[in-house]
Design a protein around this ligand. Structure first.
Ligand SMILES: [Zn+2]
Length: 289
């Protein structure tokens, strides 16, 4: 049976299942119980009858994010997640980011210094001091926690998500490599992890500390629309990653017309839940308990 049909079938079955039960029969209930529950085949029944979820994320704290991306989302009633590299723009000028958070966007943690495994591709811009292969777990945890404290001073919030830098999932060198997911579990609601270029298939055994993500940089509007259609058909959660908006804003970028076209496309589709990563992650955690 195609995924689209099986999704509809399961939702109808759940409606019958819930019809005989009192409201609040299950743990993890938030509001209407049938809206938060996951069925026995591990497919999420997204809230308010929606078919899938999409999070739009922007990395590295570029000025174009609060100047263009945030307002573009807001104009269509949407909010995104902005993963801040703290030592860059937010450190010298935090106010635009505070304003962005006050308008309902998530300020995510993208580390203090953006350490990455310093392979050839990163050597031009990444100082040796921030080679993730040389990090100790304690240093990584302490830096991430200081970054969280900085972000709390900006937005006043105690819950947020993390985004792995350079999509790197481990620090240290073999045979002493350490998975980042295990180091951050107590500090975040969830983490955007490795690059999969696929949507997240939500299930009860999903590792919330390594959510796969889809890099949007450089793609056409048609390619992004295809990814969204596939996500909707499968009932998944697509986490899109953007860096620059327009040439000159970052080596990785999409044209402003591509971002605006994507947002216009999403705005016409009521069955797609567009929300910051932290919001959807909290729902998934509640639904899967
Ligand atoms: Zn980054």
């Amino acid at each position: 049976m195609p995924d689209v049909l099986s999704g509809i079938f399961l939702r109808e079955g759940l409606d019958r299942f819930f019809a005989d039960l009192p409201v609040g029969s299950f743990s993890g209930v938030v509001g209407d119980n049938r809206e938060v529950f996951m069925d026995r085949l591990e497919k999420p029944c997204w809230p308010a009858g929606r078919r899938c979820a999409v999070s739009i994320t922007f990395d590295d704290a570029l000025p174009v994010h609060h100047e263009l991306a945030g307002p573009a989302l807001e104009a269509r009633g949407m909010r995104g997640t902005f993963y801040l590299h703290i030592a860059m723009a937010p450190c010298s000028d935090p106010m635009p980011w505070r304003a962005l958070a006050a308008r309902g966007h998530e300020l995510g943690n993208h580390s203090l210094f953006h350490p990455c495994r310093r392979k050839a591709a990163h050597r031009a811009w990444l100082d040796k001091a921030f080679d993730l292969r040389r990090y100790e777990p304690t240093r990584f945890q302490q830096e991430v926690r200081v970054a969280n404290a900085f972000l709390k001073l900006i937005d006043g919030l105690g819950e947020r998500t993390y985004a792995y830098t350079c999509y790197d999932t481990h620090l240290g060198r073999w045979p002493n490599k350490t998975a980042i997911s295990g180091l951050i579990r107590s500090d975040f609601v969830a983490a955007r992890g490795g690059r999969t270029d696929q949507a997240v298939n939500v299930s009860r055994d999903l590792d919330m500390m390594n959510l796969g993500c889809f890099q949007a940089d450089g793609l056409s509007l048609a390619a992004l629309a295809d990814a969204i259609h596939l996500t909707r058909d499968r009932g998944d959660w697509l986490i899109l990653v953007f860096h620059g908006i327009g040439s000159g804003t970052h080596d990785l970028f999409v044209e402003p017309s591509t971002l605006n076209g994507l947002l216009d496309h999403l705005a016409t589709q009521n069955e797609i839940w567009v929300a910051p990563v932290v919001e959807i992650a909290k729902w998934v955690r509640a639904a899967s308990h």
